[in-house]
Design a protein around this ligand. Structure first.
Ligand code: SF4
Ligand code: SF4
Length: 157
């Protein structure tokens, strides 16, 4: 086979491949057009009230508490050590019996990469990645949170 002919055949093969992928794309679009129930694009924010994230979605860090406001954190500091960018500060204190307990659990959302390493490091299941996804605020001080209080608060520490 001569070189010009081989080049021409190569071009024709590429053209055929391009046309095939074009028609595949058009077929997919047409399929969604005639059966809109298959469309998985979220109509956000119109569907805000009913929108549920997938179970493995990683929103910001949360510290689950029971009805009395108790958490499971022992202030061991493993999550703080596991965090690659210093988003967590575990500030411990002593209780009346002289035992180390959690004072304040500071979480800096502005630095957090949502990597989940802190959650994996915690031996007590005291923290988790939450489902919240609307995290924008107007004041950057609101991005540093104290997670261990019954109602989460912000801090400028
Ligand atoms: S999710 Fe990652 S970056 Fe965020 S606090 Fe945990 S370890 Fe740090
Ligand atoms: S959240 Fe878990 S790993 Fe972090 S200080 Fe508390 S008990 Fe330790």
């Amino acid at each position: 086979m001569t070189a010009p002919r081989a080049r021409q055949e190569g071009r024709l093969r590429r053209l055929a491949g391009d046309l095939l992928s074009l028609f595949q794309g058009l077929g997919l679009t047409f399929g969604y057009f005639i059966s809109p129930a298959r469309v998985i694009t979220q109509q956000y924010p119109e569907n805000k009230a009913s929108l549920r994230m997938t179970p493995r979605f990683r929103g910001r860090l949360v510290m689950p508490k029971d009805e009395a406001g108790n958490h499971r954190c022992t202030a061991c500091g493993l999550c703080e050590k596991a965090c690659p960018n210093g988003s967590i500060s575990v500030l411990s204190e002593k209780d009346s019996a002289g035992r180390k307990v959690l004072g304040r659990y500071l979480y800096r959302l502005s630095q957090c990469a949502l990597c989940n390493l802190c959650v994996e490091a915690c031996p007590f299941g005291a923290i988790a990645m939450g489902q919240a996804f609307e995290l924008a605020v107007y004041d950057r001080e609101q991005l540093t949170l104290v997670l261990n209080q019954k109602e989460e608060t912000t801090t400028n520490v």
